[in-house]
Structures are given as structure tokens and as C-alpha cells.
Write a protein that binds this ligand. Structure first.
Ligand SMILES: Nc1ncnc2c1ncn2[C@@H]1O[C@H](COP(=O)(O)OP(=O)(O)OP(=O)(O)O)[C@@H](O)[C@H]1O
Length: 456
């Protein structure tokens, strides 16, 4: 039976995820008024306003399962109760425990539990070892075994989609399994900066420092995107020093070595090299095969090894893309009612992926992408490529930059030029922002799909 503190953490996480993925009107109407009554036998009992709200909540199983995995490391199902169908007695019976624990938690020292940010699905067990990641995996296991003791900080660098984030989560999950009370936090550099900016704005620096400087393990992802604002850098420098001096473990990732992090000052970069700097390179064929084998086991389809070998031969530099290719093959096989996936089906699926890109290549231009994106978001082309920065314009601009990079493979400086002479780092940031959102935000995935469809 999970503790109440975790219940709170779970519910906060559900709402955070909903805020990210659901339009604000729907969030305010359907999600915000709902209450978590209790969690019993891995089932969250949720009270909603009416049976109409229930229908909406039934489609939100992703929110519950993601938050369940992140907070409890296991699947959580949910039962819905609407106010109009529950007697006050039944309501009391369901919520007693939660209310009771809620009262006692108010007395406990910390009002807000640390949100670990960890995703329970990334573990050492499901990370495939290969020549490109062997030493980094060994270092990560050593760090999880003796945090703060072996390599501190551990700095992992390498190209996109090669497993850096996976290993970070695995370290955090392992440490929490060994010591469930450890104070662990995974955060992207961007979110660290956001937390800091919000804390200064709301006058909550004490609470910010309390959270970050008392950690046993800080996992900071993508430090190449760290803001170059002075206040944030100083705060991070101080956080780093405090944690390091008290022997807390720090793990950092980046797409480049510390010495190439031009956004950070020398004194910080040199600290990154105090521990161990280690890289991940692209998986070789055997590793790709092993990854496909593990991932395909979760499928209800039969993948003969020659089919996996075919897929492994098509995608060779990015595990995220390899997973995407497998998903695409599964999708096409299911659509064609195929249960045993042969090479023909796989090649058909991957051909259509490629032909989509090829078609785009043949008649697509930067200008056409800009026009379609501007039209889609109801803004003018001059605003899209001009200097304005409000969110309603900055977001479509990031989408357009992402699509140009994705569909045309245009270089970063050339994209910068096509968008009013912006610096290539701005384009890189935009691309990363949208790639990240594509992983978690359904609305963004839909927007990108809708816009892409106009080019086919
Ligand atoms: N060796 C591996 N074994 C199993 N899965 C892997 C391996 N390497 C990567 N993956 C999977 O590939 C996907 C991408 O990995 P991850 O997000 O960790 O990449 P990354 O290096 O952090 O990329 P980015 O820099 O773009 O954020 C994840 O789903 C991860 O589980």
C-alpha cells in the first residue's frame, strides 16, 4: 500500500502531465476539479464532477499509467466515481483513508514532496550493452552502486537517441530501489532554469534551494541547453558546489564534451571534469538486433529474426529512430492483419517512411513549409520569420524550424538565415524543444502530423 506522500506526488504528477498534454480549457473543466480519494490495491479512486466528466477521464489512461510508473514504478489502474452517483456515505468510505493521511501529512515536515521526475520504465535490466556504450554503462552501474563515491560527477555525452537519458533514469531508479528514502531528482537543464526563474518570480528561492541543495542524487539532462543567464548559472554553480561538498552524486549529460560547452563558464566546466567523462556512440549491428529483440517481445506479433535483421540494417545511428522503425512496421502489419511479420511487410512499412520523405524532398521548399505553418497557426508569414517573441508566434516558429530540419535536412545556419537571420543555436534549441515535445505532448504530435499531411 503506497504511502500518502506518494499519493500526493502521484496526483500532482497526473495534473502536471495533463497540463502539458491537454488544452487549457479542457484541463480546467475536466481535470482540475477531479479529486484523488485514495489508492487501494494499485487502483486510484478518482472523484469527478459528473458522468459526463467520467467519459472524458476514461480516455486519460495514459496520464494515470505514466504517473503511476514514474511515482510507484508499476502500473496503476483507476476507478471513476462521479458526485451525482455516489451517496455521501459511500464517498466517506472511499475517501476516509486519504483524508486521514492527508491530515497527518500536513503535520509532517515537508509540505511538497520532491518530484523525482523519474520514468520507471528505464532500467539497467532493459538497457542493451554493446561496444558503443559498454564503459558508460559500467560507470553508471558503479555510480548507482556507490553514489557519491566512485565517479562524481559522472558526465555522459553522445549523439541523439543513444541512451543517455535512459541511463540517467536507470541510475535514479536503481538508487531508489536500494534506498527508497533517497532524495533523487531528474531534471532537464531547461526545467532547472524554469524552476529557478519561477522561484525568483514567486519569491520562493528558499524552497527552491531546499529542494535542490538537499538532494542525494541530481540528474541533469542536456546541459548544452543550459541558459547563459548569469543568475541561473550562478545558482547552478552554487547548487553544484553544495551537493559536491556534501558527497551527493551528480550525473550530467550533453551532446558534446564539457570543454565544448560554450554556454557555461570555465569554472563550472572544469568541475564537470573532476569525476568521469564518458561517451556513448552509435550501436553496432548486434546491439541493434538485441534492442529490436527486446522491444519486439512486447509486441503481439511474431518477428522472425531475418525481419529484425532487415530493420537493424536500415537504421544504424539512432536507437530512438530504430524504435520508431519497429513501431512503424508493427503499425503496417496490424493494418494489414499480418501476424507473422516478414521482410516484405517490413520493407513496405519502411519504404513508405522513406517515400514520404522523398516525396517531400522533391517538391518541398523552406518557403512552402513556412507558408503552411503560418496558415495552420493563423499568423502572418512576416511574423513567423520576424523578430517578435510572444508564445503564439515563437511556438509556430519552432515548429516550422523543426519541420524544415526534419523534412529537408537543411543545415542549422541556413535555417537560421531563412528565419530572419537567427543564430544556428536558436535553431538547434527550437529543434530540440519540438523533438522533446513530440515524445510527450499529444497536441504537438497532432499539429506536426496535420501540417505534414499538407505536403503529401
Ligand atoms: N542500449 C539501449 N538499450 C535499450 N534501449 C535503448 C538503448 N539505447 C537507447 N535506447 C532507447 O532509445 C530511446 C532513446 O534513448 P534516450 O532518450 O536515452 O537517448 P538520448 O541519448 O538521451 O537522446 P537525446 O540526446 O536526443 O535526448 C529510448 O527509448 C531508450 O530506451
Amino acid at each position: 500500500m503506497p504511502l500518502l506522500k506518494e499519493n500526493h506526488e502521484f496526483w500532482t504528477r497526473v495534473k502536471e502531465l495533463a497540463q502539458k498534454n491537454i488544452k487549457s480549457g479542457a484541463y480546467e473543466y475536466f481535470i482540475d476539479p477531479a479529486q484523488l480519494l485514495s489508492i487501494e490495491n494499485d487502483t486510484a479512486n478518482i472523484l469527478v464532477e459528473s458522468s459526463f466528466h467520467k467519459d472524458y477521464w476514461r480516455k486519460q489512461s495514459d496520464l494515470i499509467s505514466t504517473a503511476g510508473f514514474e511515482v510507484f514504478g508499476k502500473p496503476i489502474s483507476y476507478a471513476l466515481f462521479s458526485k451525482d452517483e455516489l451517496s455521501s456515505h459511500e464517498l466517506e468510505a472511499l475517501s476516509d483513508e486519504f483524508q486521514e493521511e492527508k491530515t497527518s501529512s500536513k503535520i509532517s515536515e515537508q509540505a511538497t514532496p520532491i518530484l523525482t521526475g523519474l520514468n520507471g520504465k528505464y532500467t539497467f535490466e532493459n538497457f542493451v550493452q554493446g561496444p558503443g556504450n559498454r564503459w558508460t554503462l559500467a560507470a553508471a552501474v558503479a555510480v548507482a552502486d556507490k553514489p557519491g563515491d566512485t565517479y562524481n560527477p559522472l558526465f555522459i555525452y553522445g549523439g541523439a537517441g543513444l541512451g543517455k537519458t535512459h541511463l540517467m533514469h536507470a541510475i535514479g531508479n536503481e538508487i531508489l530501489t536500494d534506498n527508497p528514502t533517497a532524495k533523487v531528482k531528474y531534471v532537464s537543464s531547461e526545467n532547472f532554469v524554469n524552476d529557478y526563474v519561477n522561484a525568483t518570480r514567486k519569491n520562493q528561492m528558499e524552497s527552491f534551494e531546499h529542494t535542490y541543495r538537499n538532494l542525494d542524487l541530481l540528474l541533469l539532462d542536456d546541459v548544452q541547453f543550459f541558459s547563459d543567464k548569469e543568475g541561473t548559472k550562478t545558482e547552478f554553480f552554487n547548487t553544484f558546489n553544495t551537493l559536491y561538498e556534501k558527497g551527493a552524486q551528480i550525473v550530467l549529460t550533453s551532446d558534446r564534451i564539457p570543454q565544448e560547452l560554450n554556454n557555461l563558464e570555465e569554472r563550472l566546466v572544469s568541475r564537470f571534469s573532476w569525476g568521469l567523462t564518458t561517451d556513448i556512440t552509435a550501436p553496432d549491428y548486434e546491439t541493434r538486433m538485441a534492442i529490436l529483440l527486446i522491444k519486439s517481445e512486447a509486441s503481439n506479433l511474431d518477428f522472425p529474426s531475418e525481419t529484425l535483421s532487415y530493420i537493424a540494417g536500415q537504421i544504424d545511428s539512432n536507437v530512438r529512430e530504430l524504435e520508431g522503425a519497429l513501431n512503424r512496421v508493427e503499425f503496417v502489419a496490424n493494418a494489414n492483419n499480418v501476424t507473422r511479420v516478414d521482410i516484405e511487410t517490413a520493407s513496405q512499412a519502411l519504404r513508405s517512411l522513406k517515400s514520404q520523405a522523398n516525396q517531400s524532398l522533391s517538391n518541398l521548399t523552406v518557403k512552402r513549409i513556412q507558408d503552411e505553418v503560418a496558415k495552420y497557426y493563423h499568423i502572418s508569414l512576416s511574423d513567423l520569420i520576424g523578430p517578435k517573441r510572444p508564445k503564439e508566434i515563437a511556438f509556430p516558429r519552432q515548429i516550422a524550424m523543426y519541420l524544415v530540419r526534419e523534412l529537408l535536412g537543411t543545415s542549422l545556419p541556413a535555417i537560421g538565415n531563412a528565419f530572419g537571420g537567427r543564430d544556428h543555436t536558436t535553431v538547434m534549441y527550437a529543434y530540440k524543444q519540438i523533438s522533446d515535445k513530440m515524445k510527450t505532448e499529444i497536441d504537438v504530435q497532432k499539429d506536426i502530423d496535420n501540417i505534414k499531411r499538407k505536403f503529401l
